[in-house]
Design a protein around this ligand. Structure first.
Ligand SMILES: *Cc1c(COP(=O)(O)O)cnc(C)c1O
Length: 349
């Protein structure tokens, strides 16, 4: 009834299938809010895709997918000797990411048969081993013969310059570490970069971890709509809202579903309003001169302004006279950041 994500099921699944077919060894990523779709839903989709491994972000997320996806579960956040990672206990389906020598020892002391992926630090500087520390893991692994090394992992920055030079440098470190694995788990490489790596290191298997381009790669399969909950005609000077503001001219205060609890933000996510553009609207005496801020809701073909900042579960928009006003119960389009939005409903056709 409020903020709904409509998914064109056939189109969404055709896209998933095409990404999976083009990326052998793909590891779909289900984490956070499940890219707007929920991790449980992603686990179900992953199960039907027939892939062998699903990645989750944290140890706390394992339970969200474990009963819905029957394959292996790679946890992307590196293991640490505290919290859920330790409390959960050994699980043969879980593949741990390790980024520090003491954590490799710590995990293998608790679970001598643990499955591990060793993360090599990249220019991201988030987690992982230096080249030298990666070399010393070989010794630790030799001392724990039950340990199962599932590969080396690299998390690269998004987009920007080519990753090729950095990947070759990191691959040199992997080869030099003399580890007993030929699997490299990677992220954010273009198809061309992946193909180049596979050609340059034919004895290695590269496994791309993909979230956004998989689940959200075909935006036309997704539509976000909010229900119109109420509609009030106002004349210039009429007061409204929590802050008793006054309408700058005649129009409609439209109450729509979706607020801060859903992650609806003050400004449209891709709003390109520069300081200069804003100054220009101000000079023209536009509505934002009245303190109104752009909303992500579209009505009658235009992105509308918030009449006041979003409330917890609803938002008040100002629609000036002349525009076609939707009726209570109608739905209007909303632009959202899927990874930061909680929907009331996700409806698959
Ligand atoms: C989130 C994440 C990914 C997937 O990122 P997308 O941009 O959503 O494809 C891959 N690897 C790691 C380590 C991640 O944390």
């Amino acid at each position: 009834m409020s903020l709904t994500l409509y998914v064109d099921g056939a189109r969404f699944r055709a896209h998933l299938r095409s990404v999976v077919d083009r990326h052998p060894g793909i590891v779909p990523v289900a984490k956070g809010n499940g890219y707007g779709l929920s991790n449980a839903r992603l686990a179900l989709e992953a199960q039907t895709l027939g892939i062998d491994t699903l990645a989750v972000g944290t140890y706390d997320e394992v339970d969200q997918v474990a009963s819905l996806f029957t394959g292996d579960l790679l946890v992307l956040t590196p293991w640490r000797p505290f919290g859920t990672a330790v409390e959960a206990g050994p699980d043969p389906r879980v593949i741990h990411t390790i980024g520090r020598v003491e954590d490799l020892t710590g995990l293998l002391t608790r679970d001598p048969e643990a499955r591990v992926v060793l993360e090599r630090m990249t220019s991201m500087l988030r987690h992982g081993f230096t080249a030298r520390d990666l070399r010393s893991t070989a010794e630790v692994l030799a001392a724990h013969p039950g340990a199962r090394l599932e590969g080396v992992s690299m998390h690269l920055p998004m987009g920007g310059a080519s990753h090729v030079t950095e990947m070759h440098r990191l691959m040199t470190d992997v080869v030099a570490a003399g580890l007993d694995t030929h699997t490299v788990w990677v992220s954010h490489l273009s198809d061309a970069e992946l193909a180049g790596l596979r050609a340059a290191y034919p004895d290695f298997t590269f496994r791309p971890r993909i979230g956004t381009d998989l689940w959200l790669g075909d935006r036309a399969a997704l539509r976000v709509r909010a229900t119109v909950l109420d509609s009030h005609h106002v004349e210039r000077g009429d007061t409204f809202g929590y802050r008793s503001r006054t309408a700058p001219k005649s129009g409609t205060i439209l109450v729509v579903g979706g607020g801060t609890a859903h992650g609806i933000g003050l400004e449209a996510p891709t709003g390109a309003a520069t300081v200069k553009a804003r100054a220009a609207t101000l000079a023209r005496g536009g509505l934002d001169a009245a303190g109104f801020v752009r909303s992500p809701y579209s009505i009658d073909g235009k992105q509308r302004l918030f009449a006041e900042p979003p409330h917890m579960q609803a938002s008040m928009l100002f629609v000036p006279s002349g525009a076609k006003v939707p009726a209570v119960g109608d739905e209007v389009d909303v632009r959202v950041r899927f990874t930061a939005t909680t929907f009331d409903r996700v409806v698959f056709s």
